[in-house]
Ligand binder design. Structure first.
Ligand code: AMP
Length: 601
């Protein structure tokens, strides 16, 4: 393995890399840096996210840049504003000990005037999203006639997003003498045709192992039905208490719903998709980076600019439409020397796609069973014990409380004490997963849900989301009425101002009587219920099977509601814009037409 010095980089750059903790070059850097420094031949590089590609193209440019001129010498195009900002910041970090190097990042959703002012001051390197770059070229604020390097980063993604016209326009605006550096994770026809039409006999770099991270990622799939998809997701999260993951969804609606459900169920999660404003997206990404939230539910496009190295898992709630994008997703974990797991939830129909993905990743998916309640409880228990073992005791602070605590516990022996402390944490969880069914038995799952449907009565209740009701609170309210021990609760549909729930038919009368006698109120609103028809058109799927959570707090630890009871929310108002199409980025919002190409301005 070479050093950065051996690759031909000068001291100030190496110093900056040392500050960043880059000790040795990655495979793509080892191949690209000397190639670009020593030759003006175009370059086609197979590089996935996480391989260190940003430094691979930025460092040789910084090595060669002419700081005596303030003309634009390098233009770097990237598909999203987040990625553009990240590249711009990386270049600033790499060049902090170089004198007179200026970088401007241009992208939509931010003041054009400020970007024009920055360009006027003179920048040798410009990083931009295609739409804004073309805008600035057309306004003659960005002049590319002296460009020596054109970098197309994530070329496949730019073309996926419909930026072909913009790429053509930028390619046309740059001189023939430039060196084009094309980085892409996949090479579908559209990318090959850009390479054919605009590049001259490019040198190809494909690091043998494809990706630094690829070998450290294992790929697993879980078989689910539409009914078990979400509970399976929760069980995977529950099995891994220290999970730090991105859950990928295909559409904005799917993303928002999964995130809403996870949040309602008490998980540390949030959503990231193109319907959010730039400010909201920055805030969510910031929370995720700082690990204030553990689970980010995101569309492919929105997650692009997010640079985190420590993801434990990538979860594919649904597979991407274009299977090539799977590698972008899975490449987010197993980075920077860490080990990662990429998980796919597939129903019978989707399973076929796995074979095609295996061909691309050149690895086999391992079939994995959805964890049982017992496995989860066991894992959480061991995790707790590990934490107890690792806990440091702050003796000076607790000293004054200890004598009275010792006194209170003096009659308990060691075993009893351990049992009590463990039970304190675990009784609720044990109750939650008690009787939890095996989600792997899909045929049984389906038939049982049909059986149970006939045994349930559906009730209307006059409170809803606007009253701060959620499934957990509704279960708590029902339990508070003392209708019966371990009463079985079925589907719950929380709507804005009212809701529905199902109760074991045998408890139909008792439920009516209990609510009438107790006349409960909820957040100051008096509550009443009525039996309603068994029409589930306004609600989500069946939630059959005994609920393992006849407890008022509805769950253990941070989970607020019970498994399977998450608000399916089928009655939610549908937005006028078809958010259930694949997320093509936030710019759709501005053009108003969904089917139209993304325009990032
Ligand atoms: P990229 O593929 O450019 O998005 O880089 C992925 C991550 O790897 C980023 O967080 C970089 O800061 C980091 N990185 C890139 N090159 C190196 C290196 N040679 N040593 C350590 N970390 C690196």
């Amino acid at each position: 393995m070479s050093t950065f010095k051996e690759l031909g980089l000068k001291e100030p750059i190496i110093k900056a890399l040392t500050d960043l903790g880059y000790e040795s070059p990655t495979v793509i850097q080892e191949k690209a840096i000397p190639q670009i420094i020593s030759s003006t031949t175009d370059l086609k590089a197979f590089a996935q996210t996480g391989t260190g590609k940003t430094a691979a193209f930025s460092l040789p440019i910084l090595e060669l840049i002419d700081t005596s001129s303030s003309n634009v010498q390098a233009i770097i195009l990237s598909p999203t504003r987040e990625l553009a900002v990240q590249i711009g910041n990386n270049i600033k970090d790499f060049s902090k000990y170089l004198k007179d190097v200026n970088v401007t990042t241009v992208y939509g959703g931010s003041s054009m005037e400020e970007q024009i002012r920055s360009l006027k001051r003179g920048s040798q390197i410009v990083v931009g999203t295609p739409g804004r770059t073309v805008d600035l070229i057309n306004r003659r604020a960005l002049k590319l006639e002296n460009v020596k390097w054109l970098v197309l980063d994530e070329a496949d993604e730019m073309l996926n997003m419909g930026f072909k016209d913009e790429l053509d326009a930028v390619l046309e605006a740059t001189p023939d003498t430039k060196q084009t550096l094309l980085f892409s994770a996949t090479f579908p026809n559209e990318v090959e045709s850009i390479a054919r039409n605009y590049m001259k006999k490019p040198v190809e770099i494909t690091s043998g192992q494809k990706n630094q991270g690829a070998d450290s990622v294992s790929h697993e799939y879980y078989s689910v039905t539409e009914r078990t998809r979400y509970p399976a997701l929760k069980r995977i999260a529950d099995l891994n208490p220290d999970i730090y993951a991105i859950i990928f969804c295909r559409t904005r609606r799917e993303t928002q719903e999964v995130a809403d459900n996870l949040i309602k169920d008490g998980y540390s999660a949030d959503a990231l998709h193109g319907d959010l404003s730039q400010g909201q997206r920055d805030s969510v990404m910031g929370k995720f980076r700082s690990k204030t939230i553990q689970i980010l539910v995101a569309t492919d496009v929105a997650a692009r600019g997010l640079d985190v190295n420590e993801l434990t898992h990538v979860l594919n709630h649904k597979l991407p439409d274009q299977i090539e994008n799977y590698t972008h997703r899975s490449g987010r974990t197993g980075r920077a020397g860490n080990i990662g797991i990429s998980i796919v939830l597939v129903n019978g129909k989707e399973k076929g796609k796995l074979r095609a993905i295996e061909k691309i990743i050149q690895k086999k998916f391992v079939e994995t069973k959805v964890p049982t309640g017992k496995e989860i409880v066991q894992n959480q228990l061991m995790n707790l014990i590990d934490k107890v073992q690792a806990t440091e005791v702050n003796e000076s602070e607790i000293k004054e409380f200890l004598p009275s605590i010792y006194d209170k516990l003096k009659d308990l022996d060691r075993e009893e004490l351990i049992q009590k402390f463990v039970s304190l944490e675990f009784n609720t969880m044990l109750a939650y997963y008690e009787n939890a069914k095996d989600l792997n038995d899909l045929s049984k799952d389906n038939s049982r849900s049909r059986d149970t449907a006939d045994n349930m009565t559906r009730f209307f209740i006059n409170i809803g989301r606007k009253d701060n009701l959620n499934p957990g609170k509704l279960i708590g309210l029902i339990n508070d009425q003392n209708i019966g021990d371990k009463i079985e609760i079925g589907a719950i549909d929380i709507l804005d101002t009212f809701s529905f729930f199902e109760i074991d038919k045998n408890y139909e009368d008792k439920t009516l009587e209990a609510f009438a006698a107790n006349q409960p109120d909820f957040d100051g609103r008096s509550v009443n219920i009525e039996i309603t028809k068994k029409d589930r058109s306004g609600g989500g799927g069946r939630r059959g099977g005994k609920k393992p959570f006849a407890k008022k707090d509805g769950g253990f630890g941070r989970r607020k509601s019970a498994e399977g009871s998450s608000s399916s929310d089928g009655g939610r108002k549908r937005s006028a814009r078809p958010a259930d199409r694949p997320d093509r980025g936030s710019a759709d919002r501005k053009t108003g037409g969904f089917g139209r190409r993304r325009r990032e301005r």
